[in-house]
Design a protein around this ligand. Sequence first.
Ligand code: WQD
Length: 343
Amino acid sequence: MGNKKILVTGGTGFIGSHTVVELQQHGYDVVIIDNLSNSTIEVLDNIAKITGIVPVFEQFDLADADRTTDFLHRHSDISGIIHFAAFKAVGESMEKPLHYYRNNVQSLINLLEGMKNNGITNLVFSSSCTVYGQPDELPVTEKAPIKPAWSPYGNTKQMCEDILKFTTMAHPIHAIALRYFNPIGAHHTSLIGELPLGVPNNLVPFITQTAIGQRSCLSVFGNDYNTPDGTAVRDYIHVVDIAKAHVVAVERMLNGKCKLDLEIFNLGTGIGYSVMDVINAFEKVSGEKLNYKIVPRRPGDVEMVWADTRFANEELGWKAEKNVDEMMLAAWNWEKALAAKKI
Ligand code: WQD
């Protein structure tokens, strides 16, 4: 009996590549689909440097229904799918809503169609805490009301969760949606990490690129929020903790432990950190003084959000292990490794 095969869409991306490493190290055979729109093919070699196994890879766009159907027909022995492939920049989605709806929603529909037609029954979906908007109560639980989306990006995650709800009711498919809070950091080998193409949208790569000298100054988007130090609060979580949760979710499905057609879990640490907390943690672990300035708020940003993690801790048996200092040190080591390669 060979190893079980898992398809990872978006597997050369930030969270995808860390999840491929964990899957391989847990004995799964991994196949990756990626269109390389926001990642590079070198990631495959770097994954292999960590695990000794080069993942099977096919490059195409999941928004292409024919290519997706053909792939799933050829790989109908897949035991499960983890679907990361999506555009995920909140700000960019405000400028290109149709780009986001077509890519993020059509890709999921094509995958589900192919699963239904080829008897593939298990899907883990990459969702996001952005579905909550600004919660009325904190920490936010999976039962919190889904509020009107603040961006097309967040709206595509809400739509995809609804598509999963009704599709898993109608067809023999189980799905687990994992709502990520703010994934940051990198693998301890510094062989894989967050590699934003172009100017980073996210806070942590902008911090490390400023400290390494690639950016001149970090802009802190607002210090007039109703928070302890005025800067916005998020639940930052190490990307490897996120990756480990995906292996737990896959095994829950393969072992027939799902209790609902669609299960939803928050993936956070349960701790909220402000932008200044993150900057202070970075300066502490790196010994670098960060150049930053306070500028007006960024449109679309919520003020404060952090996870109630009890359901994932108790039902999945998973708990985030790494603290913000470890996350920021891993992110800094990764940035230094990138700079060393450029020399
Ligand atoms: C974090 C904080 C900014 C950049 C992300 C993902 C989204 C979803 C949720 C997964 C905010 C501030 C940022 C900068 C700053 N994750 N900031 N200066 O907006 O919480 O969303 O996590 O699905 O996909 O994008 O993350 O890193 O952009 O911002 O002050 O240059 O840092 O205002 O308070 P965000 P972020």
